[in-house]
Design a protein around this ligand. Structure first.
Ligand code: CU
Length: 464
């Protein structure tokens, strides 16, 4: 939901969220303030003016509208405390922009003159660095080095020409450790003025940031001094099963732009297809330099454009290959109990702690069956998400690329789970090799999780 500035002011009048009030006078003359209060994936924002391009889709995010003033594209970013639903049932109190963390995606065209108003509603000073852009030194947003910091309640103006097409990010260069650990970051895409072999037109163009938080189960505010042992590994401040699927029609060309603003690298792995890195932080890769990959490591501070043709129908996992990064709310100093007979121990402990249950003796998958193993309120399940054949036993940096023959082009709605053709799903051995045609296809365990595409529904938002 995009709210107008009027709605925003009305809402914030009674809200305790905003740490700093900004007077009406200070907002005078600024572009209408757009704000989002939902973590649903917003439909792509087609350009209202200027050259046409196929707009990007920000997973569980949205694109910032702009206004034109004398051929300058004007945007208004507001740095402020936000409440982010990281997964259904689990919210975190973060800092971000315009109502969400990450902030909205900024989308422009090569050669655009861009003016960005940045209002600071945080309790401390900030700045915005336009990561990867060619710009005048004084617009680079490093507080203390290229500009004074933006004090609470103040608005600064950044202005430059988006000279290089490609994939970019924005984030503070002021109290960085705290502000980035709190979720302050956003995506920026500059489309080429004319497509070229190096920057081909694609049918779907998805963007997300890799980030991570350390939120004590039951608490809502991240610990900002954590250096490596994060417990929530997220894409756009969402964790599986809260991450929207990436939907494509079979044979479509799909681009996924990924930026890493966490504290470690993430090998992003796609099932069932080969992809190429068509762009890096520095721009498009020359086509002759590309090679196929199924896993692309994305280092801290880097952006990568991954592209593939969605040739194979199905529900294909897309995830970070560091296994600890596909878990939620995980403590990492857990003893290994695999193979340990805990029966004696359980008896003794039950005398002291009624209802005590032993865990981990056969691995940790039991955790998914103990959905009810209640953590404190507002705790993300360690592994969550039900698939058509059972628990997915995944969390964190995990989503699904859903390739469908009948997905209408331009339709980003979740088509539900894939129904494999008979005889094409792994089956249980019964002692004999059956004829291909008579292989049993395991039945999805719950038909309610297998939703059919509703072609008469609204053309857009995928609620997830
Ligand atoms: Cu990772």
């Amino acid at each position: 939901m995009t709210a107008t500035r009027r709605g925003f002011l009305l809402r914030s009048a009674g809200a305790t969220l905003a740490a700093t009030t900004v007077s009406r006078a200070a907002l005078a003359g600024l572009p209408e303030l757009a704000s989002h209060d939902s973590a649903a994936t917003a439909p792509p924002l087609p350009p209202a003016n200027g050259p046409h391009y196929n707009p990007v889709v920000t997973l569980n995010g949205w694109t910032l509208p702009w206004r034109m003033r004398d051929s300058v594209k004007e945007f208004h970013l507001v740095a402020e405390p936000v409440v982010r639903e990281m997964a259904p049932g689990f919210t975190a109190r973060l800092w971000g922009y315009n109502g969400q963390s990450p902030g909205p995606t900024i989308e422009v065209v090569e050669g655009d003159k861009v003016r960005l108003f940045v209002t600071n509603r945080l309790p401390e000073r900030t700045s915005v660095h336009w990561h990867g852009q060619r710009l005048p030194n004084g617009m680079d947003g490093v507080s203390g080095l290229t500009q004074p910091a933006i004090e609470p309640g103040r608005t600064f103006v950044y202005e430059f020409v988006a000279r290089r097409p490609g994939t970019f990010m924005y984030h503070p260069h002021a109290d960085e450790m705290v502000q980035m650990a709190m979720g302050m970051m956003g995506f920026w895409v500059t489309h080429p003025r004319t497509p070229s072999p190096a920057i081909a037109a694609v049918d779907r163009d998805y963007v997300f940031l890799l980030n991570a938080y350390d939120v004590t189960p039951g608490a809502g505010v991240p610990k900002t001094s954590t250096m490596t042992d994060f417990n929530l590994w997220s894409w756009n401040s969402r964790i599986f099963p809260g991450i929207a699927p990436l939907v494509a029609r079979q044979h479509e060309r799909v681009r996924i732009r990924v930026g890493n603003l966490s504290m470690t690298n993430h090998p992003i792995h796609l099932h069932g297809h080969e992809m190429q890195v068509t762009g890096t932080d520095g721009g498009a890769t020359p086509p002759a330099s590309r090679w196929p990959e199924v896993t692309v490591d994305i280092a801290v501070g880097q952006m990568r454009q991954l592209e593939f043709v969605a040739e194979a129908e199905g529900d294909w996992a897309l995830h970070c290959h560091k296994a600890h990064h596909t878990m939620n709310a995980m403590g990492h100093d857990v003893p290994n109990m695999i193979g340990v007979d805990q029966r004696d121990l359980v008896e003794k402990l039950r005398a002291l702690v009624p209802g005590y249950m032993a865990m981990g003796g056969n691995g940790m998958a039991d955790m998914t069956d103990m959905a009810m193993m209640p953590g404190p309120p507002n705790t993300a399940p360690m592994m969550g998400g039900d698939g058509p054949y059972g628990a997915l036993e995944m969390g964190g940096m995990f989503s699904v690329v859903k390739v469908r023959r009948d997905q209408p082009s331009g339709d980003y709605r979740d088509p539900g789970w894939y129904r494999a053709p008979a005889g094409t799903t792994a089956w249980e051995w019964t002692g004999e090799l059956p004829a291909e045609a008579s292989r049993a296809t395991p039945a999805p365990r719950d038909d309610t999780t297998v939703r059919a595409t509703k072609p008469d529904g609204p053309a857009m938002p995928m609620e997830h």
